[in-house]
Write a protein that binds this ligand. Sequence first.
Ligand code: 6R9
Length: 651
Amino acid sequence: MSDAKVHSVTPEWAERAFIDWDKYQEMYARSIDDPNGFWGEQAQRIDWIKPFTKVKNTSYDYHNVSIKWFEDGTLNASVNCIDRHLADRADQVAIIWEGDEPADHKHVTYRQLHEYVCRLANVMKAHGVKKGDRVTIYMPMIPEAAYAMLACARIGAVHSVVFGGFSPDSLANRIEDCRSDFVITADEGVRGGRKIPLKANTDKAIERAAKDGASVRNVLVVKRTGGDVAMTEGRDLWYHEEIEKVGADCPAEEMGAEDPLFILYTSGSTGKPKGVLHTTGGYMVYTSITHQYVFDYHDGDIYWCTADVGWVTGHSYIVYGPLANGATTLMFEGVPNYPSGSRFWEVCDKHGVNIFYTAPTAIRALMGAGDEAVKKTSRKSLRLLGSVGEPINPEAWEWYYQVVGEGRCPVVDTWWQTETGGILITPLPGAIAQKPGSATKPFFGVQPAVVDNEGNLLEGATEGNLVILDSWPGQMRTVYGDHDRFVQTYFATYKGNYFTGDGCRRDADGDYWITGRVDDVLNVSGHRMGTAEVESALVAHPKVSEAAVVGYPHNIKGQGIYCYVTLMAGEEPTEELKKELRNWVRSEIGPIASPDLIQFAPGLPKTRSGKIMRRILRKIAEDDFSNLGDTSTLAEPAVVDDLVEHRQNRA
Ligand code: 6R9
């Protein structure tokens, strides 16, 4: 958009950053023209045990989707994140931990990180965890969560981190899907002064999973709060006791570049969440290079990403990318508004944070709380700001830039996905002018393109579906245990291309503006959720006969969850029942899936073949019912009038 606001790269930034505009163009061109040469060189940033001789071996051919990078090289991810830094920076702080209460914090040096990770790895080995085994990590934001991930990587076990806000049922599904028999958790988590019963949830999940034939051998429990928890004899182990029984050194397993590093479950438009599988070599190269260049990370910088390790942002940009680069990474246990709306900025001042990376939903919430909470803090250490998780509206962008960053810090709006492993589209801070609301230009090796609904490539300034034409090293390799689902989900819609599920606009400058999901995936406060998941939770309630779930625009969350619910015959549509259903969904999936609005609908608009017409439901939820389009194909057109009349007020 030519009328969009542009914040040009300042001369100072062009000078100080690793990559300026000329260098970006030169490196980008090379990365596309000669991916083997480019990535072969860039991969030298990682320590290999056995060097690779092949670089790229990938096929997007629908009949033979296969993605391999550096396939004959060997390495270990934990060695790259820890051991190789010991010679130069053993006493440098690797992790700054900031607890939920402002008085709680601690520093973990690379030397200490090495010891803790080795001890935990030895505990797992002592209890039978072997290379290739799946380990589930269900933890609060404490350093032990990072130790657990790195300890798995050290011995070649595949971690599956499950966000601590998920319910026992969601945890059970994820334990079952990857047949994981070792779980690492904590007694309780603490966020915003409130406790989360992680161990009790784990017990329930294991019981549930056992009914489906999945058995968990051990649960390793970190004592976080000291709360009273039940320990099952022979199965449950205290972390603080176990680490004393083992040595502080653990040789690292030699892993193939294409050996799995982790599984991370994410929501799609259909079915249960899928296990996104990332492997070792390409992921390490990609997270490390993007962390350095996108955030312009220099030695000695203090870097803070506010995500939870339960999401991909926490994996790539709290743990693997920063630690691979020998960075100091801050881990925050709490929430933006506890004990007050100044917390983020107080933490920046307290630890001298230079690079700050958060989500639009947090920015909007803090913006709503007023400028005073920001202005009373100094923030003079801040140099760069980042955004991730959902489209950032230009108003929130400007506030972030002007008020938080005082017009001094570039804002990198980073577009990427669990599936992409790392950032794909973003303005490199010393190279690319920022436009509030646009993720702008592709990172090295990334070829975005826009296609229409028939899959035709669109040229120039245009709008359509966002695809990527070829592979980059950080890309997911498969859906765990279901390669066909991988192919169908990402390579069947627009054959020959990776389909992101996002819509986008490309302006006359070639900048990309991501407009949001074009499939049935909701993005609520930056959390991904399938409408199908919320629907199946609702219909599991005995009083519900049918449910349809859509998103609608929400001021803070980006999208809110709007549920149309048809009750079983004879059930009363009361306010109490709405409350009950809301709590039901929270306990089935987790609080992030809590419905914002519930409308009892005597009937849902369906085609004569029985398909729910979501297009209509979406429009009603969006308060845009003046033009509902063609409703003549509906089996019972009258249900629409009733839905419009009883629509829920979204104010
Ligand atoms: C990293 C992460 C992925 C989906 C993605 C898109 C949305 C993420 C965005 C963005 C616009 C950005 N998304 N970053 N939309 N601008 N900068 O969030 O992964 O949880 O898998 O979500 O989030 O819709 O497809 P994930």
